[in-house]
Design a protein around this ligand. Structure first.
Ligand SMILES: [Mn+2]
Length: 424
């Protein structure tokens, strides 16, 4: 199904006067908001192709019905999201779950929705049918060079697919590690991984980036070979200028200071990409901003400060992606909520009074520092984010419109109740 312009307009129409009233109040508070709205309009968050179906845990999976049955339907779902919020203008593909059968047609379909292809994702964390060697004991780190070669070749194949689609980056997340003390020689595992990554790096086109994602634990529970930002940064530094660290919010040990990590990676010019989600305990993959919205704001505060210090383009110079799983919510509603939370945190970071904060820091005025940050965080910027959406042709209240149009029922009618999207 496709959203028509008139459907969005007739949803917006009755809400306009209330919207402009709230916006006027905000403009009185903030002064000129044009620049903020421009930045919000430009900011796009990639939707992962594996997050459009209902996720699950190892205990079960409960389908929402009407899940996309193929890559084309996944692209259509992201097209729906983008039509609603105008901030989901990119797709992050996962190979082999989403191998394009007809690349040209897939590109055309994405373009018809205004979507571009963000980072490609390889998969050496599970065995595929007809695969010669198993990744049970790792892929790029494996003791057996034949397993490493197979994993390297898979990554190079993903790059090749990405080139055809117009992507410019490869995200490598490895499940490699060990479950028990003594199982691995840490140095050997690191060295094998580095050697394998070097081969993948050599296959990158000049204008491509490789993102090395880290994760503290799971599925391995004793050691992970790319376990934290230090290990990722080691790899990225040893590989070269096209290699960067990717931060996934859920991949840290509890209470890690992610905003500090982000700040230092930006300083080192080694932050490349971001995976948004939220968590209470571990890699819970919950809706961004659902548990710790203040942390999300603090992270954006460092991102904006760090990018501005280096003269980076907020929208273009880092890869922004959601990496979440939807077990109990409708995946599309969940993604709309995530995008909204990310946009809000970004907007709040944009209004932080940087000059005043710097002065307060220099004067060791700790109270003032907190006041400045929390003033920004506690300003309700929803009208500003909504205005950016409205100007780009999106809906004032995307989730409400999704519901009033009964989009899920229509998708179920189109695709059936017992469909299951590929993914986690
Ligand atoms: Mn991730």
């Amino acid at each position: 199904m496709q959203l028509e312009k008139y459907q969005i307009q007739s949803h917006n129409e009755p809400q306009l006067s209330a919207h402009y009233r709230k916006l006027a109040y905000l403009e009185e508070e903030l002064g000129d908001t044009e620049q903020l709205i421009e930045k919000l309009t430009a900011f796009q968050i990639a939707i992962p192709s594996w997050a459009l179906g209902t996720g699950g845990t190892r205990f079960g999976r409960f389908s929402a019905g009407g899940e996309p049955r193929n890559l084309e339907e996944k692209i259509n779902d992201i097209g729906l999201l983008h039509a609603l919020n105008r901030s989901s203008g990119a797709i992050s593909l996962h190979i082999p779950w989403d191998i394009p059968q007809d690349t040209l047609a897939v590109k055309e379909l994405a373009a018809s929705h205004g979507l571009r292809f963000d980072a490609m994702n390889s998969n050496t964390f599970q065995d595929q049918q007809n695969q010669e060697f198993s990744y049970k004991f790792g892929s790029l780190q494996h003791e057996d060079p034949k397993v490493r070669k197979q994993a390297v070749e898979h990554n190079i194949e993903v790059i090749r697919q990405g080139i055809e689609l117009g992507s410019k980056s490869l995200t490598v997340w490895l499940a490699d590690g060990s479950c028990f003390p003594g199982q691995l020689n840490f140095r050997k595992a690191f060295q094998h991984t580095l050697d394998s990554l070097k081969e993948i790096y050599a296959a990158l086109p000049d204008d491509w980036k490789i993102f090395i994602e880290y994760k503290a634990f799971e599925p391995n529970f004793y050691s992970t070979t790319v376990g934290d930002w230090g290990q990722s940064l080691l790899f990225a530094n040893k590989l070269g200028p096209k290699a960067y660290t990717l931060v996934d919010l859920g991949h840290h040990l509890p209470n890690a200071n992610i905003e500090q990590i982000v700040s230092l990676l930006l300083m080192e010019e080694k932050l490349g990409g971001f995976h948004f989600n939220d968590s209470k305990y571990g890699d819970d993959d919950l809706t961004a901003g659902s548990i710790k919205p203040y942390q999300l704001f603090l992270i954006f505060n460092e991102l904006v400060e760090g990018m501005d210090t280096r003269g980076m383009d907020h929208a273009e110079d880092l890869g922004w992606m959601i990496d979440a799983s939807h077990n109990v919510k409708d995946p599309l509603e969940d993604l709309l909520q995530s995008v909204e939370a990310i946009m809000l945190a970004y907007a709040q970071a944009l209004i932080v009074d940087r000059a005043a904060l710097q002065t307060a820091q220099i004067e060791n005025d700790v109270v003032r520092c907190q006041e400045i940050l929390q003033n920004a965080f506690r300003t309700d910027l929803r009208p500003l984010v909504a205005e950016a959406r409205l100007r780009s042709g999106g809906a004032l209240a995307p989730v409400e419109l999704f519901r009033s149009l009964q989009i899920r029922s229509q998708l179920i009618q189109e695709r059936g109740l017992f469909t299951m999207a590929t993914g986690l």
